[in-house]
Design a protein. Sequence first.
Length: 150
Amino acid sequence: MDGMLDLLAKASYFIAAVLFIFGLKRMSSPVTARRGIQWAGIGMVLATLVTFVAPTTWGAHGVDPLNLGLMLLAIALSVVFWLWGKKVPLTDMPQMVAIFNGMGGGSAAAIGAAALVTAAGHTGACDAAAMAAHACLDADQRPRWQCSAP
């Protein structure tokens, strides 16, 4: 049963990716942009729902309460920003897009900083060959920063 759910989740992610890519393609023309935004939005909603529903996306220990809280916060903020975007006049749209792009860049920088801090605890026991062979990953395919004692 779990194998079937995993296959269904992967197929849903694939469909979401295809919808997102085709949505982006349709956004290249003013005539089809509205439909492209709708397609991409449906793809993102599908991927989000599958992430919440599929047990294979939870990890070995079930749903992490911190991650669940962060996902719910992100969804709530998305609704707030969507409502804000509906009220912005079209002439102010470039400024709003710039703000959102800045927020995305800041988020990427924060994630990179967190990964750097986490990697700072790495013992250095995993050389390039071990990393290429994925020997520094545990059974859950998560990085095991302390592969072995130096």
